[in-house]
Design a protein around this ligand. Sequence first.
Ligand SMILES: *[C@@H]1O[C@H](CO)[C@@H](O)[C@H](O)[C@H]1NC(C)=O
Ligand SMILES: *[C@@H]1O[C@H](CO)[C@@H](O)[C@H](O)[C@H]1NC(C)=O
Length: 283
Amino acid sequence: MAGRSAASVSWDFWLLLLVLGRWLTTADFLEVEMAGRTQIVSLNDNVTIFCKIPGSPHLNIKIMGITWFRKSQMSEKEVKLFEFFGDHQAAFRPGAIVFPWRLEKGDASLQLPEVQLGEAGEYRCEVVVTPQKAQGRVWIEVVAYPASRLFLERAMVKGNEDTRIVCKSSGFYPEAINITWEKWTQKVPHHLEISEGVITSPAIKNEDGTFNVTSYLNLQSSLEDSVTIYQCVVWHTSLLTPLKVNFTQTVIGSKKRDASWSILPPCLGLILLLMIGLCFWKR
Ligand SMILES: *[C@@H]1O[C@H](CO)[C@@H](O)[C@H](O)[C@H]1NC(C)=O
Ligand SMILES: *[C@@H]1O[C@H](CO)[C@@H](O)[C@H](O)[C@H]1NC(C)=O
């Protein structure tokens, strides 16, 4: 780098600088970079936990080693997940691997196939480039995003037919979730938040550790012909933007139609009775 202007300075000085420089770059400056303090990954994804020696150096992997550890939230004990040194390589977590061709370029990132909720914790990457050593830590958070669906449910309550929209969100993690409801009507063509008639059940836990939650919106029966769009809005830490699911309700003279259907069965009964009576009378 500084070779050309060296003519006036003694060779000893340059040699010293060269040795010192090499010692500094390899000893004190061996460091690794992680993805930050926290890296968020999705349940069942094949994830890459970053750990890189900055500057993409070209390394001789024969003289280096890499070990990955995990410390869970529950215990203080660190478990070894993967190790590599010389010709030796071992995965203590099935499928865990650091690709050698990436390691040659200073990338010691760990590949973890199908990550599970129980694998959240503090990960430590330890890199040895003989005789120096560097390490980095990152907190891995495993999240699962909700699957949501909407459907209509009718139920008889005290002789009245109740209609409600059901918004079911399932398979999410962590437990904290917010569900809100909005609607658009022909009269008010911008979304309005609905606060009345909303019931959200407590979250229930699934066997795999994820949660389900159901929110219900009771519908008021409308006398007018109208089109209303209802929207269930799901807010969860796994989602960058809230998840929105729509339901369109079209009411066309509902009361009248309901009324005509309700008087039909007695009507039929009467006709049947009359016909039977007629038969006997003819005999
Ligand atoms: C959660 O929801 C899923 C999908 O609807 C369902 O298969 C599962 O049985 C539900 N879990 C519980 C505990 O009800
Ligand atoms: C749910 O709402 C509360 C109160 O507005 C807020 O503090 C919290 O962060 C929300 N949670 C999610 C997962 O959006």
